[in-house]
Design a protein around this ligand. Sequence first.
Ligand SMILES: Cc1cc2nc3c(=O)[nH]c(=O)nc-3n(C[C@H](O)[C@H](O)[C@H](O)COP(=O)(O)O)c2cc1C
Length: 195
Amino acid sequence: MPRSDSIIIKFVAVLQLDCNMNWVNKMNNFVELPVTKLEGNPFHMIGDEWMLITAEKEGKVNTMTASWGGFGIMWGKNAAFIAIRPQRYTREFVDFADTLSLSFYDNSLHKVLGYLGTASGRHEDKIAKSGLTVAHEDGIPYFAEAKTVLLCKKLFAQQFDENNFIEKETIESCYPNKDYHILYISEILKVLVKE
Ligand SMILES: Cc1cc2nc3c(=O)[nH]c(=O)nc-3n(C[C@H](O)[C@H](O)[C@H](O)COP(=O)(O)O)c2cc1C
């Protein structure tokens, strides 16, 4: 085959890949899905399997496990809701950055999520110890070992106000130290899933 023909064929092949909505991050074997095609039950994904909240501040990445939060629609946008207690080191990263990721893992990594939910990045290099590999998509940090990643842009942050709890027992049961969560609502910009 003449060399020019082979170049044209390669060019067409690359063009087809680029036109395919499912091709995004070939290196880490992730594909991009429309948010509406996200599969999974959020009660199970967040409440049972847990997720990692990851953000970057001045070149440093931190992450923490979370089992409270949700997905839905807010202000006409696909949105994710997370709640972070003020003393978490990750809170400094989430407050600094405009973006963050929420990532989900196979059961084989559940123990790792347990560790990332008890150790603090303030006191140890917990990401290095966890064995997870930091990756970036559009400048947003996540981990290559994830099975699903939501790349998010912050829209809103507000700490829960004690006066606004209608069920007052929640204050006693969840906030004996008055460390009220900060609610972050973020727009889900992209969903990546492992191929
Ligand atoms: C299963 C599980 C779920 C958790 N969910 C949350 C949560 O939703 N919000 C929160 O502020 N902390 C939550 N935590 C606690 C943080 O993950 C934990 O304090 C972590 O060590 C914070 O790390 P950092 O100081 O590096 O940010 C959870 C911990 C575990 C083990």
